[in-house]
Design a protein around this ligand. Structure first.
Ligand SMILES: [Zn+2]
Length: 397
């Protein structure tokens, strides 16, 4: 989607610049906090993670164990099915008596809710068990394709690690896993709604910096009152869904210290993009040069080489580390433009299904998004959404 490194640099620098005011406010909070705790006005990178954690503990009266009580697996699943039906016109129907690789695996047929046309199948292998592949992901078992009026039906598999109900222990999900599950369901929907003729462009065969945009988009439904209530219900009394206050706190927590956290990511993305688009580079000098520019001059400890501690999450994403931030930013644009004021807008959802998901890898994804939005994708909405949620930033009491 970005096509050139220059475009990636421009994007990262613009996002970093737009985050500077927020990150400066956050840094002031942390510096004041350190002053209060240690009587010390200096603040270095070695203080950052520690004081962000302390600040979160001070600011959020949110017990994640209590939050978990609102997310029994079966309720979360039925809520997700309802959202996907209301939003994209997709019905998930369980197929009984199917042979699979484990008794807990369930097969669903996905049909268009107005025409009843069979669109695809998804196997849900969502419960953890010993020896199972330990990641949460979506895999293609068969891509869709068409030939001479016949259609090969796509078949996909969602793997996740939900706890299985055990005697008196209910199967409850952590909130982060609820977000992760909805994220993966978005890949399922993308896979099944892809209508390209050739298998080569079907399934999730789309540009690497485009494939996560639909899933980042759908994550937003985990932070809105209406949709989060659809996926939640107290374990002991299903009629009690999560409170509006708790939902607000979860959303606020998502973006707490967003400025500094994203700037750290941007630093990694710039580093990654530079080392993979240059012939020879001194990585120690590169970090020394980039760090003060991106991280507001927060000093690094003397004698360390952060380039030798590249985060695990970035391994295997050579020159594509930027895709996470890229996807979040453009997903925010779609959310703000099409769904923010009407979360279950079937018209906008069907347009998204037909214009954005259906072409798969057959069209340029920048053009796909421009066509859907009626203009070029923009980074503006992302900052407007985050400013609403992050500001005013609290003072140290
Ligand atoms: Zn994903």
């Amino acid at each position: 989607m970005a096509k050139t490194s220059i475009k990636v640099f421009e994007f990262l620098e613009e996002v970093s610049k737009n985050l500077s005011d927020l990150a400066t406010t956050e840094l002031k909070f942390l510096t004041d906090l350190k002053m209060k705790e240690e009587g010390d006005t200096s603040f270095g990178m070695e203080d950052l993670s520690y004081y962000i954690r302390i600040a979160e503990e001070l600011q959020f009266n949110l017990d994640l164990t209590e939050v978990r009580q609102y997310f029994p697996v079966d309720l979360v699943l039925s809520g997700i099915f309802k959202i996907l039906n209301d939003l994209f016109g997709l019905k998930f129907k369980e197929v009984k008596d199917v042979e699979s690789w484990h008794e807990t695996v369930v097969l669903y047929a996905v049909v268009d809710s107005s025409s009843n046309e069979l669109l695809g199948y998804v196997y849900l292998d969502i419960f953890s068990r010993p020896g199972k592949f330990a990641h949460t992901c979506v895999l293609s078992l068969q891509n869709g394709s068409s030939s001479q009026g016949m259609r090969q039906i796509p078949v996909t598999l969602l793997i996740s690690q939900c706890p299985k109900k055990l005697d008196e222990y209910p199967s409850l999900m952590r909130f982060s896993d609820v977000v992760g599950l909805l994220h993966e369901f978005s890949h399922v929907v993308h896979h099944i709604c892809n209508r390209s003729t050739f298998s080569r462009f079907s399934g999730l065969h789309v540009e690497g910096d485009f494939v996560e945009i639909p899933s980042h988009l759908l994550e937003n439904w985990c932070y809105e009152n209406v949709s989060l209530k659809m996926m939640s219900g107290l374990n002991k009394d299903n009629t009690k869904s999560i409170s509006t206050e708790m939902c607000k706190l979860l959303k606020r927590k998502r973006d707490f210290f967003l400025g500094l956290k994203l700037k750290q990511e941007i630093l990694i993305c710039l580093f990654d993009q530079i080392i993979h688009s240059s012939e020879s580079i001194d990585i120690v000098e590169l970090v020394k040069d980039l760090h003060p520019k991106v991280m507001l001059g927060i000093p690094l400890l003397e004698g360390i080489n952060p380039a030798s501690m590249f985060p695990r999450s970035a391994i295997g994403y050579d020159a594509t580390c930027y895709t996470q931030i890229w996807s979040e930013v453009f997903a925010a644009d779609i959310f703000a433009t099409k769904f923010q004021d009407d979360l279950l807008n079937l018209h906008a959802g069907l347009q998204f299904r037909n214009k954005v998901l259906a072409p798969g890898g057959t069209l340029d994804s920048f053009n796909i998004l421009s066509d859907y939005l009626g203009r070029k994708p923009s980074i503006r909405s992302f900052f407007e959404i985050k400013a609403r949620n992050c500001l005013p930033f609290p003072n140290v009491k």
